[in-house]
Design a protein around this ligand. Structure first.
Ligand SMILES: [Zn+2]
Length: 158
């Protein structure tokens, strides 16, 4: 009986330390011209870039990282490309993106035209290019949208 208790504590300790490790992982640069992953603030017309920001009746379920139209988007760490993700049901000039995994994360990048949708990339290698967001939302702070697959808040990883 005591052995079981001891073992479960041991398992709990291992589990907790793995959680701590995951929270220590940080995203590297996403857009070449924004090496420090500067986050989008608020625009007059289009709202704010932080997680949980208002989008009409809905909530913004990701974090916006500033990214100039046409900039090169790169892998923030070693990643696996898991196929296309299209943010909008109605097509527009920025309706492309990619599902990614790496470092124990599963996440999506919106508004990026990937060079390819499958395969693996090393940290810093090119994923693709930022799509022309100004064409769809004139005056917005152009950005990539980072969204975790479980829709949790990615802010602590930046
Ligand atoms: Zn966003």
């Amino acid at each position: 009986m005591r052995l079981y208790i001891l073992l479960s504590f041991l398992l709990l300790a291992v589990f907790c330390s793995s959680l701590v490790d995951a929270s220590r992982v940080k995203f590297g640069t996403l857009c070449s011209r924004n090496p420090s992953n500067r986050q989008r603030g608020c625009d007059k017309k289009y709202g704010c870039g932080h997680y949980g920001a208002k989008r009409g009746n809905r909530k913004h379920m990701g974090l916006d990282i500033m990214c100039a139209d046409g900039d090169t988007v790169v892998a923030p760490f070693d990643v696996k490309l898991n196929g296309r993700f299209m943010p909008y049901s109605q097509n527009n000039a920025i309706n492309d993106g990619i599902n990614l995994s790496g470092q124990g994360f599963c996440f999506k990048l919106f508004y990026v035209k990937p060079d390819r949708y499958f395969g693996t990339l090393k940290k810093g290698q090119r994923i693709g290019r930022m799509l022309p967001m100004q064409r769809v939302y004139p005056g917005i702070t152009s950005h990539v949208h980072v969204q975790m697959c479980d829709r949790s808040d990615p802010t602590k990883y930046f």
